[in-house]
Structures are given as structure tokens and as C-alpha cells.
Design a protein around this ligand. Structure first.
Ligand SMILES: Cc1cc2nc3c(=O)[nH]c(=O)nc-3n(C[C@H](O)[C@H](O)[C@H](O)COP(=O)(O)OP(=O)(O)OC[C@H]3O[C@@H](n4cnc5c(N)ncnc54)[C@H](O)[C@@H]3O)c2cc1C
Length: 387
């Protein structure tokens, strides 16, 4: 063992969630060490997109966390906005059929009752908002609260701002526990870090990390591809997606879903994301997935058929069976806190998660009810069920 360190809390994972946990824990006065086996943002944070969305969330605990997080993102942006490419551009969800308009409007009515700002956009106003949209779309809804950041920059800047000790290249092989079960730190490939609290911000590997503390958490990978175009002058003003994307996000099928989200970036390329399928950690290119994304995007924006896609990349969303993250203390292992399983919304939900975890760490009453996010809500499968 080359090192043995102490601190108040060890955060495992230097992705967006770990960075936010570190920032808010440090602001609460705790001494924080962040440990990652790879570099900062080397997990899913560096392999996704940075949409901060309320538009795709039905009323419920995830929407509550998204609204809290969007408020915190706006505060963070006041300080770090240009560094993290924060852009409060708003979202535009468009219907492709008249029936979809009705569904979209009903969804927006329910969201409005839960505190979301959602403005119905009639067909003849769509092109005022997005001049290059396909003709003859029957209507949509605009969501001014939707925004965007560049995830890897955001994770790096928030980590730096936290002042936490950062140990990259350290894999956590064991969560250390005392005889009475209480957590007392982590064992890494390069030494132990002693602390009375450990935060599991290991993203898609959060289940594996939980098992290293002898607790069960069924985090699975949900693969997503993103298509990146050549750099373009600004042509797409909002985050634009078709109404069926919302059903894709909430869907449980392991099969390919590929309703596209189209967005411009500060650097010029248009990002067309993102497919969804459960194929384990298979990184091989799926032409079927990227073709489906391209077809959907050109249906929304016909000019894209003349634009070159220059690359594609894939990442693995951390998926829990009920589509909600695990956030808060683990009653099975005193001192262990979880902040993982945010699926396709972990960038958007990071600040709220970080704040809630910091409140739990310091014994403060959390700003949101943590019951729906309880990490022990999934029973360990029996041997028979696992066969
Ligand atoms: C294609 C795609 C598009 C997406 N688009 C969006 C979007 O627009 N908006 C949005 O909000 N979200 C989006 N997401 C989801 C988002 O990227 C994730 O929810 C988020 O990045 C999760 O962040 P995290 O910090 O929890 O996990 P990660 O970024 O994966 O970080 C976990 C870290 O833990 C480390 N780690 C794991 N195990 C160990 C160990 N044993 N020891 C040490 N370190 C360990 C890993 O190395 C990793 O760095 C998208 C995802 C994909 C794949």
C-alpha cells in the first residue's frame, strides 16, 4: 500500500454526479476525497450529452429532482456559465401527427400543475421558433426551462471548485466496514482512504461498487449512440425532439429505441442523440441505431440530409429497473450513501443529487423526500429467480 489517507467523506466516481456531491459536501464544511479508477469524466459523463430537461419528465419524484436541479444549475451558471457552456436555450417538443399533439398537450397540462413552464405552440408558430423545421408539423410545446451544459467541462469545473482531494487512477476494490457494519473508508488499488462516510457515485458501475460493500443495487447499462455532424453556423435554436421521445425514455424494452433529440452546440457541430437499448457493455458500432437516429433527425430538420455526420460515439446509461436513481443513506451499511442510477438524466439531475447527499451527510433534513430514491428498495433476487 503506497498511501493511507483520512477525510470526512470519500466520493467514489469523478463523473458529473461525483463532482456535484463533492461540491455540495465541501460547501457544507466536509473534507472530501474523490476517487476514480480512470480520469475525470471518463465514464458515462464523457460519453453522453448535456441536456438539462424538465420537458421529458412526468409529474413525480424525478421531476421534483429535475426542477430542484435546474434551479441549482442556474445558480452554478451565474459563476461558471461560460466555462461549462451553459445555455438556457429552452426545449421544443414537436408532434408529428395530430393525435400526438393531443397527447403532448395533455402531458404538458399535467407538468404545468407540477410547476413546469410549458407553452403550447400552434403549427403556424413553429417556424418562428425553429425556421428550419420540416413543413406541415401539426404543433408542439415549448419548455423555456430546458437548458444545456457541456458535461465533461461541467464535471471538471465543479470538481475543481469543490477543492476536494482528487485521486484518479485509483480503483476502489472494497468498501471497508467495521465489525458493527459501519463504513470506515475504501480500499483502492493504491492504498486505503479512511472516512466515516462513502458516497457511491460510480454511475453504471454503482451496482458493482455496492457489491464491494456487500449490499445489492441492480444498476444495469442502457447503451446510447450519439451522432455528431460537421461544425455548422447556428441553425438550430432550441433542443428539439419529437413527442415519442418521452415514451422511449420511460420504456422498459431491451430493444432499440431511437427517437432523436437534435441540438446545436457552442462549438458548431449538431448533436443527434440518442438511441436506447439494453445490450450489456457491448461497445460495437450499431449501424441500425445510428441510421435510425439520422432518419429521425432529418425528418425533423430536412436540411440535415445535406450535412455530413463526422463521428458517432456510445455510452452506457446507469439504469435501475424503476427508472429512478438511488440517492441517500443505505440502512444496510451505516455510513454508505448512494448517488447513482440516473439513467439518461444524470447531468441534469446532478446538482440536486449532490445537494441532497450533502444534506444527508450532515444530518440536515433533505430538501426533497428521499423515500422514492431509497437504495434498499430492490430486493436481492433469490437463487431460483436469478437462474
Ligand atoms: C448517449 C447518451 C446520452 C446522454 N444524454 C444525456 C443528456 O442529454 N442529459 C443528461 O442529463 N444525461 C444524459 N445522459 C446520461 C448521463 O450521461 C449519465 O446519467 C451521467 O453521466 C452519469 O454520471 P455519473 O457521474 O453518475 O456516472 P459516470 O460519469 O459514469 O461516473 C462514474 C465514475 O465512477 C468511476 N468508477 C466506477 N467504478 C469505480 C471503482 N470501483 N473505483 C473507482 N472508480 C470507479 C468510473 O470510472 C466513472 O468515472 C446520456 C447518456 C448517454 C449514454
Amino acid at each position: 500500500m503506497s498511501e493511507s489517507l483520512t477525510c470526512d467523506v470519500v466520493v467514489v466516481g469523478a463523473g458529473m454526479t461525483g463532482a456535484a456531491c463533492a461540491l455540495y459536501a465541501a460547501r457544507a464544511g466536509l473534507g472530501v476525497t474523490v476517487v476514480d479508477r480512470g480520469p475525470v469524466a471518463g465514464g458515462t459523463t464523457g460519453a453522453g450529452e448535456g441536456n438539462l430537461l424538465v420537458s421529458d419528465k412526468a409529474p413525480g419524484p424525478e421531476l421534483g429532482l429535475a426542477l430542484l436541479s435546474l434551479r441549482l444549475w442556474a445558480e452554478l451558471a451565474a459563476r461558471y456559465g461560460p466555462d461549462i457552456e451553459y445555455d438556457a436555450k429552452g426545449g421544443l417538443v414537436v408532434a408529428e401527427t395530430p393525435e400526438a399533439v393531443d397527447g403532448l398537450r395533455a402531458f404538458a397540462d399535467a407538468q404545468r400543475a407540477a410547476g413546469v413552464t410549458a407553452e403550447a405552440v400552434p403549427a403556424d408558430r413553429l417556424h418562428d421558433l425553429e425556421p428550419r423545421l420540416a413543413p406541415a408539423l401539426p404543433g408542439g410545446v415549448r419548455y423555456p426551462q430546458d437548458a444545456q451544459v457541456m458535461p465533461a467541462l461541467a464535471a471538471a469545473h465543479l470538481l475543481k471548485a469543490s477543492g476536494a482531494r482528487l485521486l484518479t487512477g485509483h480503483e476502489v476494490t472494497r468498501v471497508l466496514r467495521a465489525r458493527d457494519g459501519a463504513v470506515r473508508g475504501v480500499r483502492t488499488t493504491r492504498g486505503d482512504v479512511h472516512a466515516p462516510a462513502v458516497v457511491n457515485a460510480a454511475g453504471t458501475w454503482g451496482g458493482e461498487l455496492a457489491s464491494r460493500a456487500d449490499v445489492f443495487l441492480p444498476v444495469m447499462p442502457r447503451r446510447g449512440f450519439v451522432l455528431v455532424t460537421e461544425p455548422l453556423p447556428p441553425r438550430i435554436r432550441h433542443k428539439v425532439y419529437a413527442a415519442d421521445y418521452v415514451a422511449d425514455v420511460a420504456g422498459d424494452t431491451a430493444d432499440l429505441l431511437a427517437s432523436p433529440v437534435v441540438e446545436g452546440t457552442a462549438a458548431g457541430p449538431v448533436l443527434i442523440g440518442a438511441s436506447r437499448e439494453r445490450v450489456g457493455f457491448d461497445r460495437s458500432l450499431s449501424l441500425r441505431a445510428v441510421r435510425a437516429l439520422a432518419a429521425g433527425a432529418t425528418r425533423l430538420f430536412p436540411f440535415l440530409s445535406e450535412v455530413r455526420a463526422v463521428r458517432t460515439y456510445a455510452g452506457f446509461r446507469p439504469y435501475l429497473p424503476d427508472h429512478l436513481p438511488a440517492i441517500g443513506p443505505d440502512p444496510r451499511a451505516p455510513g454508505l450513501f448512494h448517488a447513482c442510477g440516473h439513467e439518461g438524466a444524470g447531468i441534469g439531475l446532478a446538482p440536486g443529487t449532490g445537494l441532497l447527499v450533502a444534506q444527508a451527510l450532515t444530518g440536515e433534513t433533505p430538501g426533497l423526500d428521499l423515500a422514492p430514491f431509497r437504495p434498499d428498495r430492490f430486493p436481492r433476487p433469490t437463487k431460483e429467480a436469478a437462474r
